[in-house]
Each structure stands twice: as structure tokens, then as C-alpha cells.
Design a protein around this ligand. Structure first.
Ligand code: F3S
Length: 754
């Protein structure tokens, strides 16, 4: 048993009381999401009603899940907190660092050879701090979470954007950055703006070729890639109750593509069936006792327009399969219109690859429905016109599907069975010929289809669809193939139409597996040694940042005055730098290299005031640091927008910057800077941005009086010796000022721990 039953009992034990209290404080019936949110307040029972889309609220999630790429820095930071164990049950899943090339066995061994130091580190650190470890090949994080950890009424965070997949089993599950995971694992409150609510009422029942994937492809078409921002999408209605738990997982998973905070379905019979099939009857029994609390109140279902900020209705009876793409997941085309639209847009209609898998669509049901299509081709003596690849979602799914003969028709069609991992979905695909950058089309059952995402080729037109449609299109080899109307011809000249897919929601014989790939941590991890090679390029133990000296900071030099947009990608680029995510010093060599210098409009070329010469931003920062000179970063509006990547705050701090002074911040980045012990400041008068000159020195003249709601004063000393003072604002509260004084939030936790 991988899940923590005592924790779940604890959540259910307080659910009724907390939800009832919230209802009386809020003074109206509650939606299911609100029930879960109010049941997970960090301070316990609700004492006030929070405004959706406005109030910032401290939550206490029940679990944390991390994938291998993001877990590295999260865990390196967590080690700084000085805690013997994580405060909540947590898991690590090795799924992103495995490249798909020739097939599961060889590819997996290859990944282990290439990334063993990262896997060994994650394994040892998990063992030490009581974290469940899922080995490479065990499966994709969200499928493994759905099978083992998701539970109705729970709340979790995960360091991956498709964490909302667990909403299929009634959980508020939110994708976050590593710094947030560290907070929760260290027992700190986790802050979130109270989300807005979008209701999606599903009527009718899916039939024929329509699948749960088509529901979310339709929603993405309606709401677009930004339409869900800051909101939880809550699905309900008789149509919702006609879906399987894994089908609901597919829908929730792709809520990330419309920017939603998360997506969720209420607890129902399908959830119960899935819990029992995955060996969690104890949870199903407890959930049955709480059914009224694991769904919205009846009044919400009767008058949804009163309780949701936005309401959409979709009739499942009318839904036909869709293909979304290319290059964006919200460009929705119903299969019956594809011929016309593909011709109009000159999309290449010959399909080169069909890929089934990813966290979105790799359940037993998905594979069995796609297999029913593949079997028809085998029976008629057809081969696939396109190449065909499958990534099962977990070893449990793969083993069971293999036992039940579900993989056989794929193998008969010469499909490659890749490792139970992300593979092509995250660009971990060594696709032959991709470097030629030829224009071509692929179809897949994944969630994202941005340029270059799957194979690095900017000219690959990727279309997102259901696994059964991928199978049909791979067989036909054409993007505009409509299996409901079009015929296929075999070598004997016989023509026929494919029958609609049939599949099993759950395996009749139950799930089975020989080795799930799970490693339970030891009870007492105090003796476990964390494995990091001293000369490793990819991993580096963190040293706590220096605490504040208690004096005003004087003589700080301008590192860069960034012009215009400066996102977390400009501050800490991704791409090839991903391999250094666990090595702060090495990844710091990309610090602000994408930011435009306001004085010369060039990137990665700033003046070193100590020598008068120009150099790369990281080099100049290192020169100041070596000389014991603090530095300051200046930026424009919405500085640090983009991802919640904590590296963007840690790197400048590591290179000796003490403050980031901007016109305005993206909120998450501002908080990340505070957590890393930096001064995150904004110009009181935005026009003062223009006063900053290339050779400026910054003297903080009243930092010793740093207090909430009190602006600070900086003296700017210009090259000609003239000086002027500016006021700068900040949003630090008492507790956050303590982070600054201690050198970082983690230093403070460590101090308190000691
Ligand atoms: Fe992996 Fe792709 Fe999901 S990268 S976690 S399979 S979105």
C-alpha cells in the first residue's frame, strides 16, 4: 500500500465540521471545489468568507508529488530546512528524463546510464526524508498518482502543470513550482488566490467514436488557452456521471491547456469503482459515508448560474471526435470538418506518426479502446500507413494490458512500445530525421502541441486527439480521415469501415503487476546518506544564503537595467539549461542572459563598473561578487512573469545581487525573491526607472528600519558624483521581513527547527 490511509482518515474526520462551518460563514450553499478549499485552510476552520479572484488564502495541502526534472531543486532546497521528514506525504516520480527511441527496454537502460546520478540522488534523498520513490519505468507521475494517491475531497500540489489530472478522482490538485513544494513539505502555509469557478454542465452520454478527450478539446476550443486562468473548472451533470474515473482524469489533465488552476469532478459511482479496482476499498467506504460532502450542494446543481462565475453546457450526445492543432491545443476542428479546413490552411495531410500515451491518455481504458481499432486493422490484413508508438501510463497499466492481450494488436501492427514515461510528450523523442526540419504532420493523444514540443522540429504539425482516433488515423495515414464515414482498403482490394471503438473501463480480472517500481522510504532516514558526486555537473548541494548583516547596504552596483519584457525565461532560460536544474552554480551561468540591457538594447552585454568593460551578465555579476561588491537588478513592468521557477530568484541571489527594483512584479516571482532573502522592491514613482543610469551605485539608507507598509529610501550616486534619493515600495509583512533577515525563508525554518 503506497498511500497514507491515516492521513486520509484525518482529512475525512474533519471534513464535515469544516465544510459546515464554511457554509455558515459564507452564508450560501457551496460548490464541491469550495468545500475542499475551505476544508484545507491552514488555520483550520473558516472564520471569514474569501472573495473569489481576490483574496489570498493560506492552505494546507495533503500531499506533494514531484517529477524528476523539477524535484531536484525542490529537494535540494528542502534539505536546507533541517527537517528529518516531509510534513506531508510526498512522492518523486522518474518519468521526464527517459528518451523514447527504439523501445522500452533499451531506452530505459539508456536513460539510466545517462541520468543515473540524478536518479540516485532522488532515490537517496527520498529515502532519507520519508518520500515515496517511483523508479524510472514505473510510470508517468499523474497516472501513478491517480492509481495510488488521489482521493476524493483531498488537496494536493505537484511540481508539474498537469497535476490537475487527479481532479478525475475528485481532488483539488494544483501544479506549482518547486518553491511551493518546499513550503508544503516544510510544513509552511501554501498561499493561493481564491480561485474563480467555471461550471461545465455535461448532459447526455458519449457514444460511438466520441471520448472524454473530445470533451476537453471542445472546452479548449470554447475557452481558449487563457480562458481558465485563475479559475477551477468544475464538471457536473448526468453526463459527468456517465464517464469513467480515468476519462475524467483526461479532462482535468488538459484543463492546464486553458490555464485553469485546476479542474474537478465530484465523487460518484465511477470514482468508487476505480478506487476499489486500484485496491483502495477502504477509501471508497469512507467516501461513501461522506457522499454529500464530496459533491456540490443540491442548490448549486439546480441553479448553477447563481454559483459559478461562468457556465458552459456541453451535450455529450452531440459530441463528435475532434483534432486540435496545429501548434496550439485550442484550435479545434471536428473530424467531419477536417478535410475542408486542412485543405484551406494547407496543413500536410499525410500523417507520419501516431502516438498514444502521456499522462493525459494512457489508462487501461484508453489502451483497450485504441486496441479495438488496431485489432480491426489486423483482422482485415491492414498495416498502419503512419509509424505508430505507444507509451503506457504506468507499469501497472502496461502489465495488465499485456496480460489481457491489449498490447498484442499494436505489436501486430509493428507499433513501438516505449517506456512507461513521458517520452515524446516532453520532447524526449529521438525521432529519426527530425533534424532535417521537414514539414510533416503527426497526431497524438497528448495534451500540448506547441512548435518543437514533441520532436524539436518547428515544422512538425502536431494534432491532439483521442487514442482511438490516433489509432484510426495511424492506420489510414491521413489527417482528414473520418472513421465514421470513410472507408479503408486492404491489399486484397476489400473496402470496409472501422467499427466504433469498444473498451473496458477497468480490467475484468483486476489490475496486476509484478514490480510496480515503487520504493518505500525507510522508517528512520537519519543514517541515509544523500548521494551527490563532488564533481557532479548536474547536482550541487546548496549552501544557505548569508543572513542580512543588520546594517544598511551601501555601494551596490547596477548589474543590469532590463528593458521591457523580462520573464522567468529571460532570467533563467530553459532548453539546454534544463540539465543543470539541480546545480545552482552551473545554471547561474544563464542568469538574465535573455534580458535586454536598457542602455544598449542588447542581451547579455552589461557594463562592469569596476573595469569599465562590457561582459556577459553572469560574468559581471561574478566579478562583483568576487570583489565583495553587492549588485542590484532593475526591471520594468511585470518583471518575472511566466513560470513559478524558483531558479529565477535563486540565481541572482547566488551571484551576489541583493535587490531587484522594478516598476511592477509578477506576484509569484516577487514571493520567490522574498523567500530567497532578496529585496523585492518597486519604484514608488514609476518614472524613477528613468533615473537609473548605467554607472549607478545604490545606497540603502534606511534598511535598518525595514518594516511593513513603510517605503524604503535609496540614494543613487551617479557617475559624475551627483546623488539623488528615490523612494521604493515593498509588500513584505513581518514574517517575510524575518526571511530577509535570516537570509532566506529556509534559513529561518532551519533556525526555528534548531
Ligand atoms: Fe509527462 Fe507530458 Fe504529462 S511531459 S507529465 S506526459 S504532459
Amino acid at each position: 500500500m503506497a498511500f497514507d490511509i491515516e492521513m486520509i482518515k484525518g482529512v475525512y474526520a474533519q471534513m464535515k465540521e469544516r465544510v459546515d462551518a464554511a457554509k455558515s460563514v459564507v452564508g450560501r450553499p457551496l460548490t464541491y471545489s469550495e468545500k475542499i478549499l475551505y476544508a484545507h485552510l491552514f488555520d483550520g476552520t473558516a472564520s471569514e468568507a474569501y472573495k473569489r479572484g481576490e483574496s489570498y488564502v493560506d492552505f494546507a495541502p495533503d500531499r506533494v508529488a514531484m517529477q524528476d526534472a523539477t524535484a531536484q531543486m525542490a529537494l535540494l532546497q528542502f534539505m536546507q530546512a533541517g527537517k528529518p521528514k516531509t510534513a506531508v506525504p510526498s512522492t518523486v516520480h522518474c518519468d521526464h528524463l527517459i528518451q523514447a527511441k527504439v523501445g522500452a527496454k533499451i531506452d530505459l537502460q539508456d536513460a539510466i546510464n545517462k541520468s543515473s546520478e540524478v536518479f540516485n540522488f532522488l532515490e537517496s534523498v527520498s529515502n532519507k526524508y520519508g518520500i515515496g520513490f517511483w523508479k524510472p519505468g514505473a510510470g508517468i507521475i499523474h497516472q501513478v498518482v491517480l492509481e495510488n494517491y488521489a482521493f476524493p475531497g483531498g488537496m494536493m500540489i505537484g511540481t508539474d502543470s498537469h497535476t490537475p489530472n487527479a481532479g478525475g478522482l475528485g481532488m483539488v490538485a494544483i501544479g506549482v513550482g518547486g518553491a511551493d513544494a518546499v513550503d508544503v513539505m516544510a510544513g509552511m502555509p501554501w498561499e493561493l488566490k481564491m480561485p474563480k469557478l467555471i461550471g461545465v454542465k455535461l448532459t447526455g452520454k458519449l457514444s460511438g467514436w466520441a471520448s472524454p478527450k473530445d470533451v476537453i478539446l471542445e472546452v479548449a476550443g470554447i475557452l481558449t488557452v487563457k480562458g481558465g486562468t485563475g479559475a477551477i473548472v468544475e464538471y457536473f451533470g448526468e453526463g459527468a456521471e456517465n464517464l469513467s474515473a480515468t476519462g475524467k482524469g483526461t479532462i482535468c489533465n488538459m484543463g492546464a491547456e486553458i490555464g485553469a488552476t485546476t479542474s474537478i469532478f465530484a465523487y460518484d459511482d465511477a470514482s468508487e469503482r476505480y478506487l476499489r479496482a486500484t485496491d483502495r476499498s477502504e477509501i471508497a467506504d469512507m467516501a461513501n459515508e461522506l457522499r454529500d460532502y464530496l459533491r456540490s450542494d443540491n442548490e448549486v446543481y439546480e441553479n448553477p448560474e447563481k454559483y459559478y462565475d461562468e457556465l458552459i453546457t456541453i451535450d455529450l450526445d452531440q459530441l463528435e471526435p475532434r483534432l486540435n492543432g496545429p501548434f496550439t491545443p485550442d484550435l479545434m476542428t471536428p473530424v467531419s470538418k477536417m478535410k475542408e479546413i486542412a485543405t484551406k490552411n494547407e496543413w500536410p495531410t499525410t500523417v507520419e506518426w501516431g502516438l498514444i500515451g502521456s499522462c493525459t491518455n494512457s489508462s487501461y481504458e484508453d489502451l483497450s479502446r485504441a486496441a479495438s481499432i488496431a485489432q480491426q486493422a489486423v483482422d482485415k490484413g491492414l498495416t498502419t500507413k503512419a509509424s505508430f508508438g505507444i507509451n503506457p501510463g504506468s507499469e501497472q497499466v502496461r502489465f495488465t494490458a499485456d496480460r489481457d492481450g491489449i498490447l498484442k494488436p499494436f505489436q501486430d501492427l509493428d507499433a513501438v512500445i516505449f517506456t512507461n514515461a513521458c517520452g515524446p510528450c516532453i520532447g524526449q523523442w529521438d525521432r529519426e530525421g527530425a533534424d532535417k526540419e521537414e514539414k510533416n504532420t503527426i497526431v497524438h493523444s497528448f495534451n500540448r502541441n506547441f512548435k518543437k514540443r514533441a520532436d524539436g522540429n518547428p515544422n512538425t504539425y502536431a494534432f491532439v486527439t483521442s487514442p482511438e482516433m490516433v489509432a484510426a488515423i495511424a492506420i489510414a495515414g491521413r489527417l482528414d480521415f473520418n472513421p465514421m464515414t470513410d472507408y479503408l482498403t486492404n491489399d486484397k482490394g476489400e473496402t470496409f469501415k472501422l467499427e466504433p471503438p469498444v473498451g473496458e473501463e477497468l480490467p475484468d480480472l483486476g489490475f496486476d503487476v509484478e514490480d510496480r517500481g515503487y520504493e518505500k522510504p525507510v522508517e528512520d532516514g537519519s543514517k541515509v546518506e544523500v548521494i551527490i558526486k563532488p564533481d557532479s555537473e548536474r547536482l550541487q548541494l546548496l549552501e544557505g544564503f548569508q543572513p542580512w548583516s543588520g546594517e544598511n547596504i551601501a555601494g551596490a552596483k547596477l548589474l543590469i537595467k532590463a528593458y521591457g519584457k523580462c520573464t522567468t525565461d529571460h532570467i533563467s532560460m530553459a532548453g539546454p539549461w534544463l540539465r543543470f536544474r539541480g546545480h545552482l552554480d552551473n545554471i547561474s551561468n544563464n542568469t538574465l542572459t535573455g534580458a535586454v540591457n536598457a542602455f544598449n538594447q542588447e542581451t547579455n552585454k552589461v557594463k562592469n563598473q569596476l573595469t569599465g568593460e562590457y561582459g556577459a551578465v553572469p560574468d559581471v555579476a561574478r566579478a562583483y561578487k568576487a570583489a565583495g561588491v553587492p549588485s542590484v537588478v532593475v526591471g520594468d513592468e511585470n518583471y518575472g512573469e511566466g513560470s513559478s521557477r524558483e531558479h529565477a530568484a535563486m540565481q541572482p541571489r547566488h551571484l551576489g545581487a541583493v535587490a531587484v527594483l522594478v516598476r511592477s512584479f509578477a506576484r509569484i516571482h516577487e514571493t520567490n525573491l522574498k523567500k530567497q532573502g532578496m529585496l523585492a522592491l518597486t519604484f514608488t514613482n514609476k518614472a524613477d526607472y528613468d533615473k537609473i543610469q548605467e554607472d549607478d551605485t545604490f545606497n540603502f539608507i534606511d534598511l535598518v528600519d525595514f518594516a511593513p507598509n513603510k517605503p524604503l529610501t535609496i540614494e543613487l550616486v551617479h557617475k559624475d558624483g551627483s546623488a539623488e534619493q528615490i523612494t521604493v515600495n515593498h509588500t513584505y509583512n513581518e514574517a517575510q521581513i524575518e526571511w530577509f533577515k535570516a537570509g532566506s525563508a529556509l534559513n529561518l525554518i532551519k533556525k526555528q527547527q534548531a
